[in-house]
Design a protein. Structure first.
Length: 277
């Protein structure tokens, strides 16, 4: 690592941590910056997980201090996500560099759209328990079983099974590339459970923390982690998250979005251009 790269990584980490706190999508910046600093795509992908690991560990402790946790259900969703993350990381490690750059560019554009328009926000505004899945299961149970018995028992069992199935694929995506995984998890939890935003975020941090361990093991075993970059980035992410938690979202949201659009579009174009050269 060159001396001048340290402040660049720290600044990128701070901005990414801040962005994750007030909007989301911090990996949209950290991944391409790591690649442009000379790390192979697979190594940049693995190195980014070091920062994600520490950031989520800090977030989990914060929620626990506030008394917000759902250990039982979080563990239920984490188990299939661990398996999925292992498979996703294996795919990322073995993928051709040119193809990975193009896939990353496409994902960056897609996640940028989600970050800007946040279609999950409308889902989160509804009261807990009135999720789409609950209404569908309730109607199906009433049709086939009738009014006999407690239909909520059926709903509770079915939603857990569906949740575990969904989070297996969430784990595959998260293991493959972390960018945008938070939005996918929020949407999945909201549609299958109707949880409020606080509980959703607490579960999200728990699941991401543990499946990140699974993915990180794969990247470490394949020697695709640069610990100097990773730990430096982790310091930046933690600092940015702390700043973001003490910053009014209304003050920085507009400018953050402008910077994010410009940076992501520039990085995506550069990634595609690199594959054509």
């Amino acid at each position: 690592m060159e001396i001048w790269e340290i402040p660049l990584i720290l600044v990128t980490g701070v901005f990414a941590g801040f962005l994750n706190t007030v909007a989301g999508g911090g990996s949209l910046l950290t991944l391409p910056v790591l690649i442009f600093l000379g790390l192979p795509p697979a190594t940049a992908n693995g190195t980014n997980r070091v920062a994600v690991f520490f950031q989520n560990a800090s977030g989990i402790m914060g929620f626990r201090r506030k008394g917000v946790s759902d250990f039982g259900y979080s563990t239920l969703l984490t188990l299939p996500a661990l398996v999925g993350a292992w498979l996703g990381a294996q795919i990322a490690v073995e993928m051709d560099e040119v193809i990975f750059n193009r896939v990353l560019a496409g994902i960056m554009i897609g996640v940028l759209f989600i970050t800007l328009y946040n279609p999950t926000k409308k889902l989160q505004d509804g009261p807990e328990g009135l999720s789409l899945l609950r209404n569908l299961i309730g109607s199906a149970v009433f049709f086939f079983v009738g009014a006999r018995g407690n239909w909520y028992t059926y709903y509770d069992i079915i939603r857990k099974i569906i949740g575990m199935f969904v989070f297996f694929f969430v784990g595959i995506y998260g293991g493959f590339i972390q960018a945008g995984a938070g939005f996918i998890i929020i949407a999945a939890l909201t549609l299958t459970n109707g949880f409020d935003l606080v509980r959703t975020n607490a579960i999200k941090l728990f699941v991401v923390f543990f499946y990140t361990i699974s993915a990180l093991v794969v990247f470490i075993m394949s020697k695709n982690v640069d610990w100097y970059f990773g730990l430096t980035l982790a310091v930046g992410n933690a600092t940015g998250a702390w700043i973001g938690s003490h910053w009014a979202v209304e003050k920085g949201d507009k400018w953050i979005r402008i910077v994010l659009v410009v940076a992501v579009l520039a990085f995506a174009i550069r990634l595609v251009w690199k594959t054509l050269g």
